[in-house]
Ligand binder design. Structure first.
Ligand code: ADP
Ligand code: MG
Ligand code: MG
Length: 213
């Protein structure tokens, strides 16, 4: 689609919830190597709760921002792990960026996406190279901004973001963790992909597929 409606956004969150559920074990296995083995479970709980909450929403009566705001509130309440407040902040910022808009065009979607990345960084205070989800979110935000500047359409913008998130997640293998649980491992975190960055690549990939369909 050229512009994103409330209904499109709900479908996007449902598709993310499905993908997280499908890759839950893999994400927890990644977290088992450098964390506490629950990342798939925590993300699964969060997005399943979001899916349920969005199922109650009247998509004809509500603007797109409500979807992000509902996701933010629900994720925060459902998830105790560090990814809870990080994603809650991301969705809250996207909701603020989208506020008042009846539909989201390319620039509004790009703005909401970049607001998510910035929210995660502001909330967790991780820098690039700390081996966290920021190492997937920030390159993705940069790539989507560049794509929009080039004049790419919505679909191409999100494909660029998905590619950058994937590369960013892969690059965390070579990083030493200095934020979150994995920081305790020091050098032993080397050689392993960060679970939060891996789920980011998954999420942004689903966004691209959904928003380009
Ligand atoms: P927990 O570590 O509390 O069990 P999860 O397993 O759900 O939480 O999430 C772990 C992921 O959270 C890490 O792989 C990392 O990507 C991300 N993370 C942890 N701390 C931060 C932070 N301060 N900033 C950004 N991301 C972080
Ligand atoms: Mg964990
Ligand atoms: Mg945990």
């Amino acid at each position: 689609p050229m512009t994103i409606t409330t209904q499109h956004l709900v479908a996007m969150f449902v598709a993310i919830a499905d993908a997280i559920e499908e890759h839950k074990d893999h994400l927890s296995e990644l977290d088992g190597v450098i964390g506490d083995a629950d990342h798939g479970v925590t993300m699964g709980i969060g997005f399943t709760a979001v899916r349920e909450a969005l199922g109650q929403l009247d998509t004809a009566e509500n603007e797109p921002a409500i979807v992000f705001n509902t996701a933010a509130k629900t994720f925060l309440n459902a998830v105790g792990a560090s990814s809870g407040p990080l994603y809650a902040t991301a969705f809250m910022r996207a909701g603020a960026a989208a506020k008042g808009k009846p539909e989201l065009d390319r620039d509004a979607m790009v703005e909401a996406f970049c607001a998510m990345a910035k929210g995660i960084q502001d909330r967790g205070k991780a820098e690039r190279g700390d081996k966290t989800m920021v190492d997937a979110w920030l390159p993705a935000a940069e790539a989507i901004g560049e794509a929009a500047e080039r004049g790419d359409d919505l679909a191409a913008c999100f494909r660029a973001a998905a590619r950058a998130a994937e590369e960013g997640a892969e690059a965390t293998k070579a990083m030493r963790a200095s934020k979150g649980r994995a920081a305790r491992l020091g050098d032993r975190s080397l050689g392993h992909i960060d679970p939060g960055a891996a789920s980011t690549a998954l999420i942004v990939g689903v966004m691209a597929t959904q928003l380009t369909g």
